[in-house]
Design a protein around this ligand. Sequence first.
Ligand code: BG6
Length: 471
Amino acid sequence: MTETVFPKGFLWGGATAANQYEGAYNEDGKGLSVQDVMPNGITTPPTEEPTEDNLKLVGIDFYHRYKEDIKLFAEMGFKTYRTSIAWSRIFPKGDEAEPNEAGLAFYDAVFDECLKYGIEPLVTLSHYETPLHLAREYNGWASRDLIGFYERYVTTVFNRYKDKVKYWLTFNEINSVLHAPFMSGGISTPKEELSEQDLYQAVHHELVASASATKIAHEINPDFQIGCMVLAMPAYPMTPNPEDVLAARKFENNNFLFSDIHVRGEYPGYAKRLFKEKGIDIDFAEGDAELLKENTVDFISFSYYMSAAMAHNMEEYDSGEGNIMGGINNPYLESSEWGWQIDPVGLRIVLNDFWDRYQKPLFIVENGLGAKDVLVEGADGEMTVEDDYRINYLKQHLQQVGEAIKDGVDLMGYTTWGCIDLVSASTAQLSKRYGFIYVDRNDDGSGTLNRYKKKSFDWYKEVISTNGESL
Ligand code: BG6
C-alpha cells in the first residue's frame, strides 16, 4: 500500500476476554463462571469443581498486572482496547440483587488506566463467562430468567462506567451458542441431548436480552454505541453446481440469522421456514417482537479467522477438521497449526457482504493467528519471538481490509485477537499464542509470567503510527 486508505480516527487496537487472561478466579468476591470448570476448553465435558490443571484460574494474571500490560498496549499506540467484564465478578452467582463492589472497582481501575493513555475501552458484556450458578441452576440461556439477570447486570455496569466506556458489545460471537451451548450460553444440558427447540429458544432469549441491553444503554447514555458481535465465516460452494451454491448460502444463513435480527429487528423468512421444517416453535413473550424491532444495534462487530467450503453432498469430501463450524477442506488454502484455514481474501468478502447487506458501520474485533512461538535472545540481548509468520498473517489480512475500505465499506476499527498471549477458548492451551507480547506461561502451568515483546510488537506499532500506510 502506498498511501493509507484507513480513515482518520480509525480505532486500531487489540482484544482480550476476562476469562482467558485475568486469572484471580476466586479473588475479591468473584463467583465461578462456566470457564472455571472447563480445563480443556470445548474438547471435554465440564468438571464438577475447578481443577488445578485449568489454566484459566490464573490466566496470565492480568488481574494483578493490568498496569504493566496496558502500558505495553499504550506503547504500541493502541487507540482502543477490547476486553470483557467477567459477569461473575459483578454478580458472583448471577441472580443476586446487589452487585459486588470489589468487582466494580477493579474495572474502574482498568478503564481509568486505559483512559490515562487515551485508549478507548471497547467492552464485551458477556464473553463465554456466564456465572456457573446460572448454568447449573437455570440451565443458562435456555431459561428466560436469564434475561432479567442480564438486564440487572448490564444496567449496573452501564451506570457505573457511563463516563468511561462508550463502545459496548452485548454477546461475544452470539451465533456460537449453536455449536458450543455450554461455553457460549451456559446451557448445562449436554449438546447431544439438547433439543433444537430448546437451543433456538435460548437463542431467542439472548437476542431479546441483547435488544433490551441496547435499549437500556441508550436510555442511560444516548452517546453509547452498541454493537452485536458475530463469528463471521464466509462459505464458498465447492463447485458451481447450484446445489452447492445453495448449501453454502444455507450455511451462511445460520450466521446471518443473528446479525439480521440485530440489525433489522425481526426474524428473516429463511429462519421462519427453517423452524417450520424442523418443528421449532419459538415462544415469544408479550413485547418481544416490539423490543427487537425498536432496539437495533448501532454497529456490527465480528471475529474473522477462516472461511468454509460447502457442498450439498458433504459426505463425499474430507471435512476441514479444524474449522469451528465444520465444512470441507478447501484445497486452495493453507491451514494454521490447529487446522484453521487461512484466507485473507475471505475477510474482504465478509466486509463487503455485511456492508452491502446492512449499510451500517462495521468493526473487526477479532482476527489473528494462533501459533506456537519460541522465545529466543534478540540482537539487543532481550528475549523475544521472531514471529514473521504472525506479521505475514496480519499484514495480508490488513491489506484486504484496505481493499474493502476502497470498495466503500465503512469500518470503525480493527482489534487483533489476543494482543497479549492468553489461554485459548477452544482448547484451553497457552501454547496457542496470538499476542504481540509473549507471556512466559506454559501448558503445564509452569513459567514466570514475565512479559516479552515479540517482533510483531514493533511491526504493529508502526502500522498504527502510520495509520496503515506502512502496510
Ligand atoms: C473466538 C473467541 O472464537 O476466537 C475467543 O471469541 C477465542 O474467545 C478466539 O479465544 C480464538 O480461538 P481459540 O480457540 O484459538 O482461543
